[in-house]
Design a protein. Structure first.
Length: 270
């Protein structure tokens, strides 16, 4: 990793919200911010970048400096499909930030399944941001979704690091459904899982105040509800596919789209 935060921009108001979150994340890390626009050729052999793409990325970089004056910003227009461009960018980044949806049309490069596809392929954690998230940037705890999967375990380290940077409380949440619990398991075993998660990072992050919360309900319902009071939600990708890295778990997809705060999705290989 290169002490770098990358943000993908597409000209939408939502991508400007992503720029604000990315600039904040870069300053917290002492990292550089790279503003990237993927310029998709209208014709397969058309190799000259659209002049509007340069204007777009210049405006996004200027916006980053307006909201976070101390951030070090570089910018680039890269030819190619947005998922492949940002996947390549993620190989050198500590974090990649995108809007959870785009505008549609030619500028709508982050529309639809693109954030989901990126989160399933990225080499680093992916933060998704909606315009409505601006008010949640500095309030509430960092919420961590824990389910015991390998991706969830990777997400623990990311969540503790984010809580430390933000000087925020960390809340480790596990969703428990009585009708789906295996014989001999219950909320007590879920609480033990959370206790192990917290204890395992206490020495590394001694200043992070962490608490655990076992909540009855589906993962989707529980995490979306928890996101209402959070400044950030961290989850593991937990995709299941015969071809590794192509699919994202349904819970991860749901929170990326509907959470009330920015979401960081972490793959086990990230």
């Amino acid at each position: 990793m290169g002490n770098l935060v990358v943000v993908g921009v597409d000209g939408s108001s939502m991508s400007l919200a992503a720029v604000e979150a990315a600039a904040d994340a870069a300053v917290r890390r002492g990292a550089r911010l790279r503003v990237v626009h993927a310029d998709v050729p209208v014709k397969p052999r058309h190799t000259v970048p659209d002049p509007a793409s340069r204007t777009l990325v210049d405006a996004a970089a200027a916006h980053a400096l307006e909201v976070v004056p101390g951030v070090v910003v570089t910018k680039a227009v890269v030819r190619g499909d947005v998922v492949h461009v940002l996947e390549a960018e993620s190989a050198e980044a500590d974090l990649i930030v995108v809007g959870s949806r785009g505008m549609g049309g030619i500028k709508g490069l982050l529309l639809g399944s693109t954030p989901v596809s990126l989160a399933a392929r990225s080499h680093c954690p992916v933060m998704t941001v909606r315009e409505e998230h601006r008010s949640s940037a500095a309030a509430g705890p960092v919420v961590l979704g824990v389910d015991g999967s390998p991706d969830s375990d990777q997400a623990v380290d990311v969540a503790f690091a984010e809580a430390a940077r933000r000087h925020a409380e960390l809340v480790a949440v596990h969703a428990w459904q009585p009708d789906k619990a295996a014989p001999g398991t219950g909320p007590e075993s879920a609480d033990r899982l959370l206790a192990q998660v917290i204890a395992g990072r206490a020495d590394t992050y001694p200043d992070v105040v962490a608490r655990r919360d076992v909540v009855e309900g589906t993962e989707r319902e529980v995490l979306l509800e928890a996101s209402k009071a959070a400044q950030l939600l961290v989850v593991g990708a937990r995709g299941r596919s015969a071809i590794a890295g192509l699919f994202l778990g349904s819970v991860s997809q749901a929170v990326m789209t509907h959470a009330h705060c920015p979401v960081v999705t972490v793959r086990g290989t990230a």
